[in-house]
Design a protein around this ligand. Structure first.
Ligand code: GAL
Length: 637
C-alpha cells in the first residue's frame, strides 16, 4: 500500500460506500447489479460549469485587477445573466506555505485585498465575487507542487522560499488545505491538477539538484498502464471526504485535471464533476481538433454530475481571435455539443464585441446546459467532416455539422442522421442567424473550411413511442465497460505542442479510450452488426460489462442482443441480462459470434435504474464486443 492509500483507505470506504458494502457481502463480482447509479452526483454539476478561468489569458501572471476586471465585464455584458458564474483562479496565486503551521500564503503584491489584519486571506476576494453574484474557484495539485513548478523553472511567479515552503500542493495536506479553501476562504470550486503527482520522480533534475523533494510518480502521461490508479483514486477519495466535511450542503464543484492519464475515462465520472480528457488546449486549430477528439467519442462517459472536460475555451486568442470568427464559433458550438464546461479563457477587459457575442449566444448555451445532459453522438464521422446530434430534454434535437478541414463541403444531412422520419417535414433553426429551413428526407448544407453549422431541429421521431438508449447518453452509465487492458485511442488527432514546436517526433498517442462503450458504434469504431445484419442504432460495448440506465418513467425496455461482428472470439458465448432496480427481468441464451440477434424485452414500469449486463464465461473481453442494438425505452407496456 502506498502512503496515500494507507491514509485514505477509511475515507475511500466512506465515499464509495456501495463498493465497500458489496465487498463486505462477498459480492466482489463487478457485474452484480448495483441497483443504483454509480456516476458522481455530489457537488454542483447537474449541468456543465460555466464561468471564467485565468489560465488561458494570463498563465501565472495573474492579479486581482485582471480577474475582477474580467468578472466585471461578465456582469456588465450580460454574460452572468446567461449562466457564467464561476470565476476561477488557476496556477500562480500562492506566495508560499508557512512553516511550521502549513498555512498557505497568498502573493500580497498581486492580491492586495488578501493582506488583512488577521493575515493572508482570500476571504475579501471571494466576498467581493460573491457580492457580484459569482462563485469562486481555486487551483491546487495532487502532489506537493504545481504544474508551473514542474515545467517553467524560470517563471518569476513561482512560490518562493525553502523546499518545504514551496510545497503548495495537496499531498499530505488535503484536510488542512480543503478546509482553508472552502471553510476559511469561501471558495466554491476546486481544480485539482496532477503535475505534482507526475513530474517529481527521484531522477528529475529539479529533484536531484535539491530544489524539490522527490515524490514517486503515480501518474504517467506516456504510459497508459504505469499509473498507480488506486493511489490516485485514494487521493481523490480523501479530497471528496474533505469537501463533504467542509461543504455538507454539497455546494462545491470538483474538477479533475489529469489530462486523460491513468485511464481516468473509466473512473473519473465516479470521482468528480468534470474530468479533463487531454493535455492543454492552445489557441491553434490543430490543437482544438486534438482536444475535441479526446472527448467526442466518450459520449457515454458524461452525465449530469460528471462531464467530460476537453479543456477551457480559447476564444479570444490566436486561431480563435476576432480575425477568426469562423473558428471561434466552431470552438463554442462544438464545446456546447460535447456538454463541455464553458470556461472563458480570455482577458475580457479587452475582448472585442463579436467574440463576446459568440460567448453570449443563448441558444447555444442552452444546448450545453440542457438538463437531459446528453453529450452529442457522432452520426457521421470521417476525417474531415463530422455530424453530431444531441437529444434535448424538450424532445427537440440539435445538430452540428463540423468541417475540420481546409476545403468547403456540401454536406448531406439526412433524416436518418437525426433518427427522424424521412417522410415528414424537418425544420432546422440556424443558431447563429436564427433562420429556419425546412426539408423532407435530406438536405444539402454548405460548410466552409473550419466551419460548424449548428441548428436546433424539429421533426417527427422515427421511434414514436420512446427513446433509443443512444439518444439518451446522459442517462446511460458504463459502470463496468469491460475494458481489461486500457490502450490508447488511435483515432485522436495528434497536433504539435506549442511548447515543443516540431522538435522531437511530435505528439504520440497517449489517452486511453480505445474499446470503450459507444453509442451507435461498436467499441472499435465499426458499425453495429450482428450475424451480417447491420444496425443504425444501439450501444456497443465489450463483454463482461454492466450499463446502468436511468429510467425516466418508461414502461418497457426492448433490445436485440448478440455478439457483434467486430468480435474475433468464435468460441465463447455471451449471456445478456436485464435487471430492474437489482431484480432480474430478462435473460438471453448464451450467444456466440455469428448467431443472430435475440430479442430481449422487459417490463420496467416503476423501475428507477435498469442494468444491462453482458456476461461471458471466458476469453478476452477485448475480443468479444457485444451489441445492444435498437435498445430503447418505450412508453407502452
Ligand atoms: C496544467 C493544466 C492547465 C493549467 C496548468 C497550470 O497541467 O492542464 O489547465 O492549470 O497546468 O500550470
Amino acid at each position: 500500500m502506498t502512503e496515500t492509500q494507507r491514509i485514505a483507505a477509511p475515507l475511500l470506504a466512506l465515499t464509495f460506500g456501495c463498493l465497500a458494502m458489496a465487498a463486505a457481502h462477498g459480492a466482489s463480482d463487478p457485474l452484480t447489479p448495483s441497483a443504483g447509479w454509480s456516476a458522481y452526483t455530489a457537488g454542483q454539476g447537474a449541468t456543465p460549469p460555466m464561468g471564467w478561468n485565468s489560465w488561458n489569458a494570463f498563465a501565472t501572471n495573474i492579479d486581482e485587477d485582471k480577474i475582477l476586471g474580467s468578472a466585471q465585464r461578465i456582469l456588465d455584458s450580460g454574460l452572468a445573466a446567461k449562466g457564467y458564474r464561476y470565476i476561477n483562479l488557476d496556477d500562480g496565486w500562492v506566495a508560499h506555505r508557512r512553516i511550521p503551521d502549513g498555512r498557505l500564503l497568498i502573493r500580497p503584491e498581486r492580491f492586495p485585498s488578501s493582506v488583512t489584519p488577521a493575515g493572508s486571506s482570500f476571504r475579501p476576494f471571494t466576498d467581493k465575487l460573491h457580492s457580484m453574484g459569482f462563485k469562486a474557484g481555486i487551483y491546487s495539485d495532487l502532489g506537493r507542487n504545481t504544474c508551473s513548478q514542474a515545467y517553467t523553472p524560470d517563471n518569476p511567479d513561482l512560490p518562493k522560499g525553502s523546499v518545504l515552503e514551496r510545497e503548495v500542493g495537496l499531498y499530505g495536506r488535503i484536510d488542512q488545505d480543503i478546509a482553508l479553501y472552502f471553510s476559511d476562504w469561501g471558495f466554491d470550486y476546486i481544480k485539482v491538477d496532477g503535475c505534482g503527482a507526475r513530474a517529481f520522480g527521484a531522477n528529475e533534475d529539479k529533484v536531484r539538484s535539491g530544489q524539490y523533494r522527490a515524490l514517486a510518480p503515480i501518474l504517467h502521461m506516456e504510459s497508459v498502464s504505469r499509473s498507480d490508479i488506486p493511489a490516485v483514486q485514494a487521493e481523490f477519495a480523501q479530497i471528496n471526504a474533505a469537501l463533504q466535511r467542509n461543504r455538507p450542503n454539497g455546494d462545491y464543484l470538483l474538477s479533475l485535471c489529469i489530462w486523460g492519464a491513468g485511464d481516468v475515462r473509466a473512473w473519473g465520472k465516479n470521482v468528480g464533476n468534470i474530468s479533463r480528457t487531454s493535455d492543454d488546449i492552445t489557441p491553434a486549430w490543430p490543437r482544438l481538433l486534438s482536444n475535441f477528439d479526446s472527448a467526442a467519442k466518450r459520449e457515454l462517459y458524461a452525465h449530469p454530475g460528471s462531464w467530460n472536460d476537453p479543456d477551457m475555451l480559447f476564444i479570444g486568442k490566436g486561431d480563435f481571435d476576432a480575425e477568426h470568427l469562423v473558428e471561434a464559433r466552431s470552438h463554442f458550438a462544438l464545446w456546447a455539443m460535447l456538454s463541455a464546461p464553458l470556461l472563458i479563457g480570455a482577458d475580457l477587459r479587452s475582448t472585442p464585441q463579436p467574440l463576446m457575442d459568440i460567448l453570449g449566444n443563448a441558444d447555444i448555451i442552452a444546448l450545453d446546459q440542457d438538463p437531459a445532459g446528453n453529450q452529442a453522438t457522432l452520426a457521421y464521422d470521417v476525417n474531415d467532416l463530422q455530424i453530431l446530434v444531441k437529444q434535448l430534454a424538450s424532445g427537440q434535437k440539435a445538430v452540428a455539422i463540423f468541417n475540420r478541414g481546409v476545403t468547403a463541403i456540401d454536406a448531406e444531412l439526412t433524416a436518418e442522421h437525426l433518427k427522424l422520419r424521412k417522410d415528414a417535414p424537418i425544420t432546422l433553426t440556424d443558431l447563429w442567424s436564427k433562420e429556419n429551413l425546412s426539408f423532407t428526407g435530406e438536405t444539402k448544407l454548405h460548410v466552409a473550411p473550419r466551419e460548424t453549422r449548428i441548428f436546433r431541429v424539429q421533426g417527427t421521431r422515427a421511434l414514436a413511442d420512446g427513446l433509443y438508449l443512444s439518444e439518451q447518453t446522459g442517462s446511460v452509465n458504463p459502470a463496468v465497460d469491460g475494458v481489461t487492458t486500457p490502450v490508447v485511442d488511435p483515432t485522436l488527432f495528434r497536433s504539435s505542442f506549442a511548447w515543443t514546436g516540431t522538435k522531437g517526433p511530435g505528439e504520440r498517442p497517449m489517452y486511453a479510450g480505445w474499446g470503450g462503450a459507444r453509442a451507435d458504434s461498436a467499441p472499435y469504431g465499426q458499425r453495429l452488426q450482428i450475424a451480417d445484419k447491420p444496425y443504425e442504432t444501439g450501444i456497443g460495448i465489450l463483454a463482461n460489462s454492466r450499463l446502468e440506465v436511468r429510467n425516466h418513467g418508461y414502461r418497457r425496455f426492448s433490445a436485440l442482443v448478440g455478439v457483434d461482428d467486430s468480435a474475433s472470439d468464435r468460441k465463447h458465448g455471451v449471456t445478456f441480462l436485464v435487471y430492474g432496480d437489482g431484480k432480474l427481468l430478462a435473460k438471453s441464451k448464451a450467444l456466440k459470434l455469428g448467431q443472430p440477434a435475440q430479442a430481449l424485452n422487459a417490463n420496467v414500469s416503476g423501475v428507477k435504474v435498469i442494468e444491462l449486463v453482458a456476461r461471458s464465461a471466458g476469453g478476452s473481453n477485448e475480443q468479444l464486443p457485444v451489441s445492444w442494438v435498437e435498445a430503447a425505452l418505450l412508453s407502452a407496456r
